[in-house]
Design a protein around this ligand. Structure first.
Ligand code: ATP
Ligand code: MG
Length: 389
């Protein structure tokens, strides 16, 4: 018996050229994601992508797990393949469904005859398949209203497919269909969620992390890599740039009023991140900020940091409560990593009484004590890049 994965695209409203770019990009992601599992043949027809593994040892559970994380997939099914004749459909249904049918009491059959040349009409397919399953599994009953399982028979271009319905996909748009942006990633809960949300809309991610050794440890850096590795299961490989931030933080600590430490630091981060973004072709920055979460995320403070940036800054969490953010971080399995205890550079020099309504002019004056350009150039020259996948 041959098995296949049937993939239903998301965003069905897409038309024309957009649609084929969408599908081609999606297929590239599917290929890349399934590559370690062995050779697969992929074809598309009627807004469905067919994935046919070429090895009999193919790990379908692992494949389904990987597929469930690829953006641009609305739903997918794991199906058995039959010839387009009733005898084959009946035999394959019986064999493929046996393990599941032994566990349940009621079922119903649905048929979809996408190939209108198939001589048996849908109601007749349902009757015949239902009849065969009832006779082979006598404990079963048909329940059309509330069945334990819905058996689906789809007669399509290349064959007939039997499965137990669809699993939801990750939704969104295939990564890469919406250009590239750079996520400012800390080791916290928020920024990986923000990265995931923008990748879901088709944005390709680069990442920037500011590290302040020896105040921050190598394990804090490893934590960021582990977080990105988890995000990369959805987004595909992410290029990470690690910026040495110690000197900037020390200079701020020595020369600026304590109440502005965080804000001035954030302005440096934004300016450096923008410089790196332009260098790598990113069109926007992404942060995990949310209004009011901490002193540096009041509206006033956000305006003061935004002043330094001349490209769009996406903050997908801006209107979300922490509990909503945590719910997503658990779902995408970054929460456990984020809550490991290693220090972030933000927590190293935290003022006791940060300004929640900073005055932009005062911040600029406070900053004037520093040679910003020299510090920024030096930091950028010390950047290390690596690919996280
Ligand atoms: P995060 O969850 O992700 O740490 P947070 O609530 O701790 O969020 P802050 O520490 O104030 O928030 O940081 C706000 C945002 O600034 C983060 O979401 C992230 O985008 C960025 N950021 C903070 N620290 C760093 C860092 N060390 N490197 C890169 N970006 C950072
Ligand atoms: Mg943080």
């Amino acid at each position: 018996m041959r098995e296949i994965l049937l993939i239903k695209n998301g965003e069905l409203a897409l038309k024309g050229l957009n649609r084929s770019t969408f599908e081609d990009t999606l297929i590239r992601h599917i290929r890349r994601s399934l590559k370690p599992l062995g050779e697969v043949k992929i074809r598309k027809a009627q807004s469905t992508i067919y994935i046919e593994p070429q090895s009999e040892f193919f790990d379908y559970d692992e494949a389904a797990d990987r597929i469930s994380r690829i953006f641009g997939i609305a739903a997918f099914s794991r199906a058995a393949v039959a010839e387009k004749d009733m005898e084959s459909i009946l035999a394959v249904a019986e064999e493929f469904l046996a393990p599941r049918l032994r566990e349940i009491a009621t079922f119903k059959v649905e048929a979809k005859r996408a190939d209108k040349r198939f001589p048996v009409q849908s109601p007749e397919i349902c009757r015949e398949v239902g009849g065969r399953l009832l006779s082979r599994f006598p404990h079963l009953q048909v329940d059309v209203h509330n069945p334990d399982e819905v058996v689906v028979v789809e007669v399509r271009d290349f064959g007939a497919y039997i499965h137990c319905g669809q699993q939801p996909g990750a939704g969104g748009m295939p990564v890469g269909t919406a250009g590239k942006a750079s996520i400012l990633i800390s080791g916290g809960i928020d920024s990986p969620v923000a990265a995931w949300m923008m990748a879901k809309r088709g944005i390709n991610l680069d990442a920037v992390h500011f590290a302040s050794p020896p105040y921050t440890s190598p394990r804090a850096e490893q934590k960021v890599i582990d977080l990105l590795r988890q995000v990369a299961k959805y987004s595909g490989p992410i290029r990470l740039e690690i910026v040495p931030f110690t000197e900037i933080q020390e200079q701020i600590g020595q020369h600026c009023p304590e109440e502005y430490f965080t804000l001035i630091m954030r302005r440096f981060m934004m300016e450096i991140a923008e410089g790196l973004a332009r260098r790598s072709g990113s069109l926007a920055l992404i942060t995990g900020e949310s209004v009011g979460q901490v002193a540096s995320q009041t509206l006033k403070a956000l305006c003061v940091t935004d002043e330094m940036v001349h490209m769009p800054v996406f903050r997908p969490l801006i209107g979300m409560d922490k509990s909503e953010i945590i719910r997503i971080s658990r779902k995408i399995e970054t929460f456990e990593i984020s809550t490991l205890p290693y220090e972030d550079c933000c927590t190293v020099f935290t003022p006791k009484h940060p300004r929640t309504r900073p005055d932009a002019e005062r911040v600029r004056q406070a900053e004037a004590a520093l040679d910003r350009q020299a510090l920024i150039e030096k930091a950028i020259s010390g950047v290390r890049a690596l690919l996280v996948e």
